[in-house]
Design a protein around this ligand. Structure first.
Ligand SMILES: [Zn+2]
Ligand SMILES: [Zn+2]
Length: 372
């Protein structure tokens, strides 16, 4: 083996070359010697040399060591034997255009994430629950274990790209001739061809399957809350990790409870006598129990009675909100003769002589309507 050449000499730069100088030199040499573009003899060896020199000189520690002790100083620091793997750009394409890889052998691919909408009752959302769900998803084929080939057979190397998954394409441009890599059409960039496709998955490596799983819904979830179940999504391809399953909560509206953040709103209808005189009323709670609340005498429409800590637990802290009882005063309709008499009496005592509508003339009724 020939003695190693000086790194500065390899890159053709001065000993005090800046990082920028190194990069420029590297790009120039890569264009010349990268095995994907070069037709020069021994280009691959040359390129490895260039690559190694660049790796060392752009690493301040290694450069300092090299400057003091030469190649011997770097032994044990592990820069030797660095081949094209150490290539600091994604592909030769990047050296020229600074773009992403044009394609190539397809590596492991993570499975897709899945969404599942889980509908809960109001109570289930407030207090949490255990639910069993069944989700259809792609799973790794159990017959071929994802290899896509019928058991007992193995995939063959693609004859077109010789297993590389990429084919070279020559392109003329104003800068000269470029050779770029494109995914191989024959094997779809996989580098292998399945000759005997697995019977179970017909060569796809994955099958649709029903996945039954238990979901633990914490207390306090609301419409749109998402629960992440790691790795319960679709299977990955070529050894890739599975995706996640996102369970999105939908809460069915309740007959009389409404939610406002951590508070539960209950609209309570009371009549004018209860509003005027005050009352004790039994109201339902979200947990199925009831509570007695005191309507104060002289209550007005929209007044609120707060039941502390009877609301929704906070998902994180578990601290509960309140139940808020909102009063709605219902004006009675369809009164009996007796009720009308009593109300007229009440009206008189409150200082308003009330003439019921039907006793008034049409014009009076209109006037009243405009006053109101
Ligand atoms: Zn299969
Ligand atoms: Zn191919």
């Amino acid at each position: 083996m020939a003695a190693k050449r000086d790194y500065y000499e390899v890159l053709g730069v001065a000993r005090d070359a800046s990082e920028d100088d190194l990069k420029k030199a590297y790009r120039r040499l890569a264009r010349q010697y990268h095995p994907d573009v070069s037709t020069v003899e021994g280009a691959e060896e040359r390129f490895k040399e260039v690559n190694e020199a660049y790796q060392v000189l752009t690493d301040p520690d290694k450069r300092a060591t090299y400057d003091r002790f030469g190649h011997a100083g770097l032994e044990g620091m592990g820069p030797g034997g660095m081949g094209a793997e150490g290539f600091p750009f994604d592909s030769i394409f990047d050296v020229f255009f600074g773009t992403q890889r044009a394609g190539g052998r397809t590596g492991p691919e993570r499975g897709d994430d899945l969404r599942y909408q889980l509908t809960l009752t109001f109570e289930e959302a407030v207090f949490g629950c255990e639910k069993e769900i069944t989700v259809q998803r792609l799973e790794t084929c159990p017959r071929c274990r994802g290899t896509r080939a019928e058991p007992g057979t193995s995939p063959a190397r693609c004859p077109v790209c010789k297993g590389a998954g990429q084919v070279r394409r020559v392109r003329e441009s104003i800068f000269g001739q470029f050779v770029t890599n494109a995914p191989c059409d024959r094997c779809g960039g996989e580098g292998v061809i399945i000759e005997a496709a697995c019977r179970e998955c017909r060569g796809r490596g994955q099958v649709q399957a029903m996945n039954r799983l238990a979901v633990s819904v914490p207390a306090g979830v609301d419409d749109g809350t998402t629960i992440r179940l790691a790795s319960q999504g679709e299977a990955g391809a070529r050894g890739g990790l599975p995706g996640n399953l996102y369970v999105v909560i939908k809460v069915r509206p309740h007959k009389f409870f409404k939610r406002d953040g951590l508070d539960i709103i209950l609209n309570l209808d009371i009549n004018i006598a209860q509003a005027a005189l005050g009352d004790e009323v039994e109201v339902p709670l979200a947990d199925g129990k009831t509570a007695r609340v005191t309507v104060p005498a002289g209550a007005q429409f929209g007044d609120q009675i707060v039941l502390r800590d009877k609301g929704v637990p906070d998902l994180r802290s578990g601290r509960r909100g309140d139940q808020i009882v909102r009063l709605a005063i219902v004006v009675p309709k369809g009164l009996s003769e007796e009720q009308k008499r009593l109300l007229k009496e009440l009206g008189h005592s409150l200082g308003t002589d009330v003439r019921p509508q039907e006793e008034k003339g049409f014009i009076d009724a209109l006037k009243d309507a405009f006053k109101a």
